[in-house]
Write a protein that binds this ligand. Structure first.
Ligand code: SAM
Length: 313
């Protein structure tokens, strides 16, 4: 299967995962298995790679690619949401792991495949589901959310200052009939943003499309849950590597890692700890790792990537 996705910050992830040949690793965002292939190659018979993706196509492509590697370790590939990483591991008898990788977002394959409806540049039905078995899609949000709810999604997840006008234009347009396609929606968004504002910055539909994608897939909620579960799953010395592509995601990663790295917060004069907190992880990246200029030149998608790494105490 042709599944194009160039892994981002590959060497940085593999180096930071500190892979042990007999270790257990979870790739929560298998995608095209670009990162997983490098993990799998390094495992011996006693090593385990558990790969998760909610997209059937990604799983099929990964299976093909990983089986061709001829790795020695045990390979487990599961269709699921990484927010359930703890339960999925449990199902396979995995109680603790040596490393977790999360490479958040959509794959280039999903983005480029017109039929998936992720891109405002390609005409397609409004879909944007990574997991095509779920009910909620972008068409339902655009046509059925109340104007205020729509505005909030676009403002919060798109950080779009014209959210109010965009929501108003969408609601006005859908009164004439359901908005069905990506290009139709992109035109409505374009009309809502004043010409002068359209001239600066990215494509006028970029932020709204990002917002809808986040809402359809509950991307931020899933990320927060996955981070917490992954940290609990790690063995002492185990590592978590998380790559994000926009500030909303990076803020969640930064906040959760900081919270879990926080020791007791009781005032010094307390004779004993009252808060019950202890640091669970050590943050290994005070500042996120970003792509080198050569990688950005070769793969422009890596420009906005940020990798944060932490180690279980
Ligand atoms: C950026 S791609 C990963 C690419 C992969 N690291 C590679 O190098 O080929 C992200 C993948 O994660 C999947 N994904 C996103 N959110 C997910 C979630 N909540 N649960 C499971 N998979 C998810 C997407 O379907 C997509 O295939």
């Amino acid at each position: 299967m042709d599944f194009y996705h160039k892994p981002v910050l590959l060497n940085e992830c593999i180096g930071n995962l500190n892979i042990k040949p007999d270790g257990t690793y979870v790739d929560g965002t298998l995608g095209g298995a670009g990162h997983s292939e490098e993990i799998y190659k390094r495992l011996e018979e006693t090593g385990i790679l558990l790969g998760i993706d909610q997209d059937e196509e990604a799983l099929a492509a990964s299976r093909e690619r990983l089986e061709a590697v001829g790795g020695k370790g045990k390979l487990i590939l599961v269709k699921g949401n990484f927010r359930n990483i703890g339960d999925i591991c449990n199902e396979y008898g995995i109680r603790q792991v040596d490393g977790v990788l999360l490479d958040i977002g959509v794959s280039s394959h999903q983005f480029d495949e017109a039929g998936r409806g992720f891109s405002y540049k390609k005409d397609a039905p409004l879909d944007m589901r990574m997991d095509r078995s779920q009910e909620l899609n972008a068409e339902i949000i655009v046509n059925e959310y109340a104007e205020n709810a729509l505005k909030e999604v676009i403002r919060k997840y798109g950080e779009e200052k014209w959210a109010s006008r965009i929501a108003e234009f969408i609601v006005r347009s859908r009164q004439k009939g359901r908005i069905k396609s990506t290009v139709e929606l992109a035109e409505i968004i374009k009309a809502a943003i004043p010409a002068a504002a359209r001239r600066e910055g990215p494509h006028p539909a970029k932020r709204t499309f990002q917002a809808l994608r986040i809402e359809v897939n509950d991307e931020l909620g899933a990320l927060k849950e996955a981070l917490e579960s992954s940290i609990s799953l790690l063995k002492p010395g185990g590592r978590i590597c998380v790559i994000t592509f926009h500030s909303l995601e990076d803020r969640i990663v930064k906040t959760v890692l900081k919270e879990k790295a926080q020791p007791c917060t009781c005032p010094k004069e307390f004779p004993a700890c009252m808060c019950g907190k202890s640091a669970q992880i050590r943050i290994l990246t005070r500042k996120p790792i970003t792509a080198a200029p050569e990688e950005i030149e070769e793969n422009p998608r890596s420009r906005s990537a940020k990798l944060r790494v932490a180690e279980k105490i």
